[in-house]
Each structure stands twice: as C-alpha cells, then as structure tokens.
Ligand binder design. Structure first.
Ligand SMILES: Cc1cc2nc3c(=O)[nH]c(=O)nc-3n(C[C@H](O)[C@H](O)[C@H](O)COP(=O)(O)OP(=O)(O)OC[C@H]3O[C@@H](n4cnc5c(N)ncnc54)[C@H](O)[C@@H]3O)c2cc1C
Length: 378
C-alpha cells in the first residue's frame, strides 16, 4: 500500500536506469544533461554498486600488444580498431567529465611482460603502431628490455617488456564516488537497496517492479522509458541475451618497501594484470585456469586461482622478496561470443547496455552515450 505522496513523488519517473554501476550512472547523467527537466531515477540493488564497478583493478587501458593482436585475428582489423577507439575516447570522456584528480588518474604508462612463447609479437610492433597511427598519431608500443632489471621481475620467466606510454590507472573507489557526486549534481536521483524484480513494457509506459526490503513488499515504479544496465546480471530480465557472467579474482599486498615499479602491467594476453596502488601491488586474473567455475554471478573466492596469483606474485613479480597479502576479493564481469558490448533497443521503451567484459572503465562512458541516444529518440 503506497501513500498518495509516495505515488506522487517517488515511484513515477521519466527515465529509470536499472543498475548503479559505471554504465548506469553514466547513462543517467547523459540523459539528465540532455533532458534537464526530466526525472531520472537510478535503482541499484546494493547499498552501493554490487557488480564490477567498485571491485575492479582500475586500469585505464585500451589493450596490450598481444591482446590487440588476438583481437585483430578474432574480430578483423576494422572492428578491432573501432574497439580501441571506443576505449580511448571513453577514457577521455571519463577524465573530462570527472577530472583526473577526483578519480586518482595517473598516466604512469603500461607494460606487458613477454614470455619466451610470445616473443613473435615483437616483430609485429611496427605494424601495430602503424595500424593505430590514425588514432594516436604517435607510436604506441616499444620494447623496453632494460626496464626488466630495474623492476626486478624474474629473468627466467620474463624475456622482455613492451611499453605503452598512454596507459593510465584510476582509483576505482574515488572514480565511482565522483561519478555518483556528478549524478547528484546534475539532478539524477539514486535509490539503493532496491532489487528490481521485473520490467514490463506496456502501451503507456514501463512497469519496473522492485522489492522494498523495509516493507517486504513489491513497489511498482513506473517510467516512460527504461535503461537496463545490470551487466552480468542482465539475463534476469533478458534470459535469451548472449551473455555469460565471468568472475574476476584479485589480491592486494601489504605496502612493499622500495617498490621498484609503478604503472599497469599485463601478462598472457591480459589474463593476468597487476599495478601499484601506492606502495602496494594489486594483482588479478587467472579466470582462464578455471573458466567453468568462474562462469558465475556468485561473488566468492576461488582458492586454486588465488594460489596461482600467490605463485605469480612470489615467483615472477617479486622473486625472492616475500610479501604479505592483506586483502583478496572478487567481482563479476560479463562476456559474450564477441568482445563488443551489447547496446540495443528492446521494444519501444527499453534499451539495454551490458556485457562490458574487462573494459568498463574505458568504454562505460561511450556505451552510456549510445544508450542515452536510443532512449532520447522520440
Ligand atoms: C576483478 C575485476 C577487475 C577489473 N578490472 C578492470 C580494469 O582494470 N579496467 C576496466 O576497464 N575494467 C575492469 N573490469 C571490468 C569493469 O569493472 C566492468 O566492465 C564495469 O564495472 C561494468 O560496469 P557496469 O556498470 O556495466 O556493471 P556493474 O558494475 O556490474 O553494475 C551493474 C549493477 O547492476 C546492479 N544490479 C544487478 N541486478 C539488479 C537488479 N535486479 N536490480 C537493481 N540493480 C541490479 C548490480 O548491483 C550492479 O551494481 C574489472 C572487473 C573485475 C570484476
């Protein structure tokens, strides 16, 4: 039972965005900026975002050399280039919208650790730089073998390094707080702790039925149009969507005295990644060790993957320098048969923007532009 006041002021909106991660908040901001008089409401099931956006590694990146070579092979040159462009332009948009200092952005460059079996990629550096030239107007990748001894990585396991000067990193928590503040500043309303159960398009609007934990009953929100931004959880509303959840595991070390490197680092076509957070090392990946178990929306740790991360840390990244691991966590991403995200209209009043893979920091803002454009037509 809702009061007159609740019906008048709470449950009706012009636009409802379901999911309060980086895509949902960015979409709400886009809509509100273009339609300032509209009531734009974000419904998020967690007390704060509870998927990937507050749990990721904060790489502001557009692909390591081996990752791009694999993408070119799998997607073809044109589509792979477009994806790099989306990632790059998305990062520029994010930085411009929120400001580098508010999101803890540092462009300390990125490196890829190259093993013996990947050495062939060195011959491709020039061709890849030429391929990317229309976008960056400067060579992106270069070999930096001399940095190996500076950084102290295992010489048995790492043959050389490839450097990308345009790669950066963000403070993921600060980014999401800044995005939420930006949403509030433009007049977006965000309700948290609201689990949306059903979304039903009707002739005159969309019914968005949510669970209210306090009343233990359903609340029938209503909007002219709805954006679904629930990423890995989207099959709740769209069971036929070509999307699989993919859990990502990370660990965080205690501060390391005289940490010899800073920046972002990739290994094995991006399946592993690490960076500095101050003097700490954040290391993640290893989904490829156990794809079956990691195809889940359940946020929990996988011991065998965590043990593999421990070994990588001790044997390759900091060989001979034991360091304590202070935190471990997991987050849920979404993947599909192709690497591009899903952005499409569903009926006349609903648009879907999901499946951001491990690229959401970079492409979230661009996806939001496209999603808002779909909803604002008409
Ligand atoms: C460990 C890890 C490391 C990563 N590292 C990077 C990185 O370095 N760089 C990078 O670019 N990307 C990285 N990613 C990927 C990136 O975090 C995601 O692509 C991005 O956060 C996706 O944002 P999103 O808003 O689309 O989805 P999410 O952040 O998952 O947001 C979806 C939201 O929908 C909410 N929701 C779900 N169902 C409902 C419902 N029924 N009702 C209401 N709300 C609901 C969820 O609680 C969630 O908050 C990483 C991801 C993980 C897990």
């Amino acid at each position: 039972m809702l009061s007159f006041w609740e019906q008048e002021s709470y449950i009706k909106a012009d636009y409802i965005v379901v999911g309060g991660g980086i895509t949902g908040l960015s979409t709400a901001i886009e809509i509100k900026e273009k339609r300032p008089s509209a009531r734009v409401l974000v419904l998020e099931r967690g007390l704060f975002p509870s998927g990937a956006s507050t749990r990721n590694a904060g790489f502001a990146c557009f692909g390591s050399l081996t990752e791009l070579l694999v993408d070119r092979q799998a997607m073809g040159s044109e589509r792979a280039f477009q994806l790099v462009e989306e990632r790059w332009r998305g990062l520029q948009k994010l930085r411009q919208r929120l400001g580098d200092s508010r999101i803890g952005y540092h462009q300390w460059g990125g490196y890829e650790l190259i093993r013996e079996e990947e050495r062939d990629c060195l011959e491709q550096i020039e061709a890849v730089n030429e391929w990317l030239h229309p976008l960056f107007r400067q060579p992106i990748f270069s070999e930096r073998k001399e940095q190996l001894s500076v950084f102290g990585f295992s010489r048995q396991r790492v043959q050389t390094l490839i450097y990308n000067p345009l790669e950066g990193q963000v403070h993921t928590g600060q980014l999401m707080q800044a995005l939420a503040a930006c949403a509030r500043a433009v007049g977006v309303e965000v309700l948290t702790g609201v689990q949306v159960e059903r979304i039903e398009e009707e002739a005159s609007g969309v019914a968005v039925v949510a669970l209210d934990p306090a009343r233990k009953s359903e609340v029938p929100f209503r909007a002219e149009k709805v954006a679904i931004c629930t990423n890995a959880f989207a099959r709740q509303f769209l069971p036929n969507l070509d999307l699989q959840p993919g859990r990502g595991q990370v660990l965080l070390t205690a501060p390391v005295a005289d940490l010899p490197f800073r920046g972002t680092f990739h290994l094995e076509e991006g399946y592993y990644y690490f960076r500095n957070i101050g003097k700490r090392i954040m290391l993640g990946g290893g989904r490829n060790l156990d794809f079956k178990t990691e195809t889940t929306t359940h946020i929990s740790l996988n011991n065998s993957i965590q043990e593999a991360l421990d070994r990588l840390l001790q044997e390759v990244i900091l060989p001979g320098r034991p360091v304590a691991v202070e935190q471990r966590w997991a987050g849920i991403m979404a993947f599909g048969p192709v690497k591009e995200p899903v952005v499409h209209q569903q009926g006349n009043r609903i648009a879907v923007g999901v499946r951001l893979g491990g690229m959401g920091v970079a492409i979230g803002s661009r996806l939001a532009e496209r999603l808002a454009a779909l909803l604002l037509i008409g």
